[in-house]
Design a protein around this ligand. Structure first.
Ligand SMILES: Cc1ncc(COP(=O)(O)O)c(C=O)c1O
Length: 377
């Protein structure tokens, strides 16, 4: 609805003052090369469809009943995956919902919450929605996070790791340091893309995920999602891992808002996805391999590409402005994401597609460059 037609007379002042998150567009065109919202180019495990079909074919009658409120089977499968207890696992309707419950459960205090100035753009929206003061800490010039810059009183810290949209990874040593220096604050590590991350060569850690720290640090809460590495953005399932008391706070908050966030189909499909380890390993490795070849292709076209630990790359054309490149790609049905924000407006965030999609993008960029060279001559 156009702004001028909206009648806000009956709205609460809260509703009037909201500035909602604007998701990446979902255009519907034939032959679209959609590389803008970090969805997985591969389908979910076939076991997901089978599990959902089984519910519909054999237990359709049970859809008249409410689903398991705490998604017990799904939480047990996730607990087994990470070798932790079920009471250290929380699930919700996408990690966006889990993150909203995080803000309400841990950050609504006198002190502000700290977050990088370049990060997931939903955090400032939640802060505003829940009336939480958010202090943004500047990333270093190379877009890395300096844990020493977070040495100030706070109710909590929230960091996407790998960060979005930069794709850079913070080490577990730095996360451990943050947790140790802020023992009375909750350190939230949003691991939406962690399954695409790789340990740095020579690292002494055995994992990249901060889930491996939750028994050691009772103030670390890790969120993850089924939307990226498990190809299930449409099913809406996200999770959190942490100390049982943190999980209990989230559960109480959920039960004060929506007791049944995951329907029966989502619970069955997500559980089947977790159990199909082989498919998961195979597709995530394929995405990682495609990322490496897209990175090489972009570098060959003289793009600066940050070392990505995600299913997207953050790349800067050496010549021409990123916004213009995005517009020209769009004319050819190739959609990438450009953020019109200070410090990152020269970059494009490009989701890793299938090999043929990545090639179409590279071919289109090559033609754009050739045209620009002709125009310059
Ligand atoms: C860093 C980050 N966190 C959370 C999410 C939300 O994911 P979900 O689909 O689980 O709500 C996204 C989605 O793009 C993301 O980029």
């Amino acid at each position: 609805m156009s702004e001028s037609k909206i009648d806000t007379r009956l709205w609460s002042s809260k509703a009037r003052n909201l500035s909602p998150y604007v998701p990446g567009e979902q255009p519907q065109h034939d032959n679209l090369c959609k590389l803008n919202t970090n969805e997985n180019p591969f389908p979910p495990s076939p076991k997901v469809g089978e599990a959902i079909a089984k519910v519909l074919e054999q237990q359709a009658d049970e859809l008249r009943l409410y689903p398991a409120p705490e998604s017990d089977d799904l939480r047990a499968a996730l607990a087994q995956l990470y070798d932790i207890d079920s009471n250290q696992v929380f699930v919700g309707n996408g990690s966006d919902e889990v993150l909203a419950l995080v803000f309400a459960s841990f950050f609504l205090k006198e002190r502000p919450v700290l977050s990088p100035d370049i990060g997931y753009s939903f955090y400032p929206v939640y802060a505003q929605t829940f009336g939480v003061e958010l202090v943004q800490i500047a990333l270093e010039a190379d877009f890395s996070i300096d844990p020493d810059a977070y040495r100030q009183p706070c109710s909590g810290i929230i960091i996407a790791n790998p960060n979005a949209p930069t794709g850079l990874l913070l080490s577990l040593a730095d996360i451990r340091k943050l947790a140790g220096e802020h023992s009375n604050s909750v350190i939230v590590i949003d691991e939406a893309y962690i399954d695409f991350a790789k340990l740095e060569a020579g690292s002494s850690e055995t994992s990249v995920s901060a889930v491996s720290l939750i028994n050691e640090c009772d103030n670390i809460l890790v969120t993850q999602t089924f939307s990226k590495s498990r190809s299930l953005a449409g099913l809406r399932v996200g999770m959190a891992f942490g100390n049982a008391s943190l999980i209990e706070a989230l559960t109480r908050m959920k039960n004060s808002f929506n007791s049944y966030p995951l329907d029966k189909l989502a619970q069955a499909g997500a559980t089947a996805s977790v159990l199909d380890v082989e498919y998961f390993e195979q597709t995530r490795q394929q995405v990682i391999d495609l990322r490496e070849s897209l990175t090489a292709g972009l570098k060959a076209l003289d793009y600066d590409v940050l070392p990505s630990h995600t299913n997207f790359v953050f790349a800067r054309p050496k010549e021409g402005n990123a916004n213009e490149v995005a517009d020209k790609l769009r004319e050819q049905g190739i959609i990438v994401r450009h953020f019109d924000k200070p410090r990152i407006n020269e970059y494009l965030r490009i989701t890793i597609g299938k090999a043929e999609q990545n090639q179409r993008l590279l071919d289109a960029l090559k033609v754009l460059q050739a045209n620009a060279d002709v125009a310059a001559d």
